[in-house]
Design a protein around this ligand. Structure first.
Ligand code: SF4
Length: 440
């Protein structure tokens, strides 16, 4: 018998107890190991001696060499796409004849459909800001286009000021009044750009849910949670009673993993931890049955173990509710854990887009490479090696050429003069003169 575990926590131990072979999704384990916390795989080995363990997932492939040296007890390491490799290893370890190969699911994600839920075309967002006695334009998003398929999770990565949050806040029309927006935002075939606030209320919360960084700041400190849920439900169901609201809220809180959710509906925001408030935020985002969930840095203010729980919760909800997700973060490795594809943004533009594993293992754009180089790696806490940082800061969006040129170690004269076009090669998109020259 075999167990495929998508989490490195001890709650999965019962599955492992009954199995001869345990396949562990590596991402959670590596995140734990990076934080010098519990070594889950070796823990399983101790708890269940004699079991075979395979470590699978995008991070397992990326750190295969380091993992092989530091975890000799593990029987194999596989990238998340290497289905045949995992099956063959499982067959060999369990001694199953090839004709009876077990049906393995190396990645628990649902395959997204090919029909699009969101299509953004040439999105431009400019803010009018006061500078001294005059006004200036800040170009936050400059000609962004992408398509999001139903059931897909798209990660958007970049530093503060790259335009990732502004571009997604423009979808439900949540930008401040000094923002000028142009381009097309097609949601489920309907144009949202240009709709007035009343029309957009039919989408906000009902079809498009949002969760944010620092969930505690989203709540009125004097409002109890039962009242927050009642207000939310009444947006789409004005006749709902308090009892019905409490029942539905309790069910949602149970679904998002908040213990004693019904009892805690009478509590105020300060009586919850950050992780609990984020679970409540997710429950509220789901309260009106949204199809698209925009998660804007939802784990940034949380400690790493709670981050992992929130990521696992979003993965589960994606599977059970079939929702489409945009996951925004500055942490590219965290984004890769949940996303099918990753778009890297800089200076309000798309710089690179590819499936998550390719972005992690074969980044093409100098900015993506710099982001990865500045991200802690497995085992780095044992070494004297310093993390590299990206010198300089993001520009104000007025530059003519490549926006990354002032910080790029590979910039050439031409890069400062002309913006590279977005080269498209199948599912891969990149904006860099170097990649263009290479014929990508
Ligand atoms: S176009 Fe030039 S400046 Fe921009 S990322 Fe490529 S090499 Fe660097």
């Amino acid at each position: 018998m075999m167990a495929h575990l998508n989490a490195a926590g001890w709650s999965a131990a019962q599955d492992a107890a009954d199995a001869d072979l345990v396949i562990v999704n590596s991402c959670g384990f590596i995140e734990s190991a990076k934080q010098e916390s519990i070594n889950a795989v070796l823990g399983w080995k101790k708890l269940f001696p004699g079991k075979k363990i395979l470590l699978a997932g995008c991070l397992a492939q990326r750190y295969m060499q380091e993992l092989t040296e530091s975890l000799p007890e593990v029987d194999g390491f596989f990238g998340v796409d290497d289905i045949s490799g995992i099956v063959d290893a499982a067959v060999a370890l369990l001694g199953i004849p090839p004709a009876r190969k077990p049906p393995l699911i190396p990645n628990s994600y649902l395959l997204p459909s090919t029909s699009s839920l969101l299509q953004i075309e040439d999105l431009q967002v400019n803010f009018t800001v006061r500078r001294g006695n005059s006004f200036a334009q800040v170009h936050a998003v400059r000609g962004l286009s992408f398509t999001l398929n139903r059931g897909e999770c798209l990660g958007i990565v970049g530093e503060s000021g790259s335009g990732k949050s502004v571009s997604t806040l423009s979808v439900p029309g949540l930008l401040p009044k000094n923002a000028g927006v142009s381009g097309s935002i097609l949601f489920d075939g309907k144009e949202l750009q240009g709709l007035d606030a009343k029309a957009l209320r039919e989408y906000r919360g009902k079809k498009i849910g949002m969760i944010f960084q620092e969930p505690g700041r989203s709540y009125d400190p004097l409002q109890r949670m039962d009242s927050v849920f009642l207000e939310t439900f009444r947006n789409s169901d004005p006749d709902i009673t308090k009892e019905e609201s409490s029942d539905r809220a309790a069910a949602l809180l149970a679904e998002t993993g908040l213990e004693q959710g019904r009892e805690r509906l009478g509590n105020y925001p300060h009586q919850f931890s950050g992780g609990q408030l984020q679970r409540i935020g997710i429950a509220l985002a789901l309260a009106q049955g949204c199809e698209l969930l925009i998660a804007d840095e939802p784990t940034t203010a949380l400690d790493v173990t709670i981050q992992k729980q929130i990521i696992d919760l979003l993965k589960t909800l994606r599977r059970t509710r079939d929702i489409t997700i945009i996951f925004i973060s500055h942490d590219i490795e965290l984004v890769a854990e949940i996303s099918d594809r990753i778009m890297v943004m800089y200076g309000g533009r798309e710089m690179e887009l590819n499936n998550s594993q390719e972005i992690l293992n074969h980044p093409g754009h100098p900015y993506t490479k710099a982001l990865l180089a500045s991200s802690p790696r497995f085992g780095s806490h044992y070494s004297q090696e310093r993390l590299s940082s990206i010198p300089g800061k993001i520009g104000d969006g007025t530059e003519e050429g490549c926006p990354f040129a002032p910080r790029c170690t590979q910039a050439q004269e031409h890069c400062f003069i002309e913006l590279p076009h977005l080269a498209v090669n199948g599912n891969y998109e990149v904006r860099c003169w170097l990649e263009d020259k290479n014929g990508s």
